[in-house]
Write a protein that binds this ligand. Structure first.
Ligand SMILES: *Cc1c(COP(=O)(O)O)cnc(C)c1O
Length: 351
């Protein structure tokens, strides 16, 4: 063991992002990206950008972008923080709200980055096991400095109902960060709690519903006090100029985002119905992916057989709770028809 590296960093495992193959023939259903184009205004703004501005530093506090976000959610600019992806928002929230002797909570299973971010800061992890059907389950005496509440949850695609979430945030003694990466695909969301309760932050991303994973833009809404703390500790220029401009016009064009979301929600229903017909166990998704327990074939053999046919889904095999399931991102309708055809052929022993 090297003594040049912090012990906690030596001991931790790094996050392994989903595979990003370059091969065009691959149907990529493994990282919950959006298969549709972002707003056409993004193309326009890119053509209009004067490259001389790139020699200057960008606005460190991203005022024009935050104005657009504040307008969208009916709050003030001081209630909005923007980051280099919502992953940065999550990392900064630990650094802003958790003391060295403090702790970070999250449901198990949920987003696998939370324990890793906690390990980087070397703070205690306090995971809470969901019930057998991946539903809400919280001990009465639970406490932590910060709780990451993924709603709708990933990788399960399920939503916790709003009264349950509200009851939790009213009684929890730390900061609750509601990670709403998939809220645009859901029937409802908890954004109002960010403005109603001083201890609540709601995080969103442009990576999924806005088809902009490549620009890295996430944001959060909360009380001016919590948002101000995050501004204090961020890198000076954490969101680059191009990303600020692209994100701003994409947020102003809600129609394109909503049309893309509608198409995905429609395809989601078609795929869910077909997989149910095949006997797969599948709950009600409120996201752009399905959480599927195959029938007649194990999750791992199906994952591997799909991979051989150039279809990549996500398999979380390292964990007892998740090893019997696959997470399948909803792609375009033709991609999903191919996925269904190949799946059926595999089940029939024809592929
Ligand atoms: C995708 C995702 C994020 C990360 O979003 P980025 O803005 O791309 O960093 C955060 N939380 C959850 C639950 C996600 O699924």
């Amino acid at each position: 063991m090297s003594n040049l590296i912090r012990k906690s960093v030596q001991a931790m495992e790094g996050y392994v992002p989903g595979e990003q193959p370059k091969d065009e023939d691959i149907v990529k259903l493994n990282t919950n990206e959006n298969p549709y184009l972002p707003s056409p205004d993004v193309q326009d703004i890119l053509s209009m950008i004067d490259i001389s501005v790139l020699s200057r530093y960008p606005d460190p506090v991203c005022v024009e972008l935050r104005k657009a976000i504040a307008e969208l959610h009916g709050c003030e600019v001081e209630n909005v923080f923007v980051g280099n992806g919502s992953d940065e928002v999550l990392a900064l929230s630990i650094r802003a709200f958790v003391e060295r002797e403090g702790s970070v909570g999250y449901f198990d299973p949920s987003y696998s980055l939370y324990p890793i971010l906690s390990d980087i800061e070397d703070v205690e992890k306090k995971p809470v096991a969901l019930d057998a059907g991946f539903g809400w389950q919280m001990p009465d005496d639970y406490s932590a400095s910060l709780f990451f509440l993924t709603n709708p949850n990933a990788p399960t695609s399920f939503v916790y109902d709003k009264p349950t979430v509200e009851h939790f945030v009213q009684n929890f003694d730390g900061v609750t960060l509601i990670d709403e990466a998939y809220a645009d695909f859901a029937d409802d969301n908890c954004m109002e709690f960010a403005l109603k309760y001083d201890s609540v932050i709601v995080a969103r991303t442009l990576s999924k519903s806005y088809s902009l994973a490549g620009i890295r833009l996430g944001y959060c809404v909360g009380s001016a006090e919590l948002i101000g703390a995050m501004f204090k500790i961020k890198d000076s220029y954490n969101v680059n100029y191009l990303t600020q401009e692209i994100a701003r016009v994409a947020i102003l064009d809600q129609d394109t985002m909503k049309a893309n979301v509608s198409a995905i929600v429609e395809t989601r229903k078609l795929v869910a119905d077909k997989l149910s017909e095949l006997g797969f166990q599948i709950g009600t998704s409120q996201t752009n992916f399905l959480w599927v327990k195959p029938l007649g074939i194990g999750a791992k053999p199906l994952f591997e057989a799909l991979r051989k046919k150039n279809i990549i889904v996500r398999y979380f095999g390292g964990d007892e709770r998740t090893k019997d399931y696959l997470r399948v991102t909803i792609g375009t309708a033709p991609e999903m028809l191919k996925f269904l055809d190949v799946t059926e052929a595999i089940l029939n022993g024809e592929a």
